[in-house]
Design a protein around this ligand. Structure first.
Ligand SMILES: [Fe+2]
Length: 307
């Protein structure tokens, strides 16, 4: 099974990276903050069934692999009741827990709009869902990736604070030419992060929990490195946008993630990084806290492009 779910996010994040300074044309039906009506009542029975199929597939692999906070979030938001969630109803539940809401957007939005939503505790989610013949591949993040992958973790107060801090930091970063380095932070944590627990490593990254194959690969395969989280090292590290990651960074706690973000003065880092990466995705540094030295066998044989 390929990691096509990863590909969904490539388009949004690479666009955040490559389109800095560019402006998209806001669709006429979108509000000034680019939000649109979810039009929940317009979803067809077949579209709700796509959600249920994807949900059931993931739940065959995530118990025992996903972080408890993610699994608890699914339950707390009643995402297990079947069908595409109604954003308004889900947001009422989420807001009561952490103050966050989910707003519908028409796919890609400009950087400043994305960061502003996060800074104001609004998670922007696409409202469309992939077709039944696109279960493993779609070009833009859809409602399943955005809601199933991201929203459960927003029920955790500390992780939710991290996302808000990330948005605030993103708004400040627009003055610097280092969006690429800030995107690496999002990529290696929000999308592809692992966390230590008393029961072993668990997944909290949305890009992983959206992919049955990468959920197994990230935790159990010999190929990728697993390295302790260190903010500056991570922001200097390039990443794979077209395949499973070659390195996963592991946090000790969500508090470590939050504190390292709010306690860091990013301006001198940006000045030093110049929007460039110093480390390749597979690099291991002498200063790393190495949890697993990857064989890189998967990448070496060509990854998902292998014959
Ligand atoms: Fe995502």
């Amino acid at each position: 099974m390929n990691s096509f779910v990863i590909v969904q996010d490539i388009f949004r994040l690479t666009c955040y990276i490559s389109c800095m300074g560019n402006q998209f044309d806001k669709p006429a039906h979108a509000a000034d903050d680019w939000t649109i009506d979810q039009r929940w009542s317009d979803y067809t029975a077949d579209e709700h069934k796509v959600w249920d199929t994807l949900y059931e597939r993931l739940m065959q692999v995530l118990p025992g692999r996903a972080a408890p906070e993610f699994l608890n979030g699914l339950t707390a938001l009643k995402l297990d009741r079947g069908g595409i969630p109604n954003f308004e109803e889900m947001s009422d539940e989420l807001e009561a827990l952490t103050g966050w809401r989910v707003v519908a957007v028409p796919g890609l939005v400009p950087d400043d709009v994305f960061f502003d939503h996060l800074a104001n505790c609004r998670f922007p989610a696409g409202n469309f869902i992939r077709k039944p013949d696109q279960l493993d591949y779609i070009q833009e993040p859809d409602v399943f990736h955005d809601v199933f992958g991201h929203v459960p973790m927003l029920t955790d107060p500390v992780f939710a604070n991290y996302m808000k801090a990330y948005g605030e930091g993103g708004l400040r970063s627009l003055r610097h030419a280092s969006l690429k380095n800030l995107a690496a932070l999002y990529w290696y944590t929000v999308e592809f992060g692992l966390i230590k627990t008393d029961q072993g490593l668990r997944i909290y990254g949305a890009g992983i929990v959206s992919s049955p194959a990468e959920s197994v690969f990230s935790l159990e395969d010999e190929s990728p490195n697993r390295i302790g989280f260190e903010l500056e090292r991570l922001m200097r590290t390039d990443y794979r946008i077209d395949d499973f990651q070659q390195t996963y960074f592991v946090i000790d706690s969500y508090d470590q993630l939050f504190r390292s973000t709010v306690d860091t003065d990013f301006a001198p880092l940006y000045a030093d990084m110049h929007g460039k990466f110093d480390h390749k995705p597979e690099d291991i540094l002498p200063s790393d806290t190495l949890l697993h030295r990857g064989t890189q066998a998967y990448a070496d044989r060509g990854g998902r492009f292998a014959a």
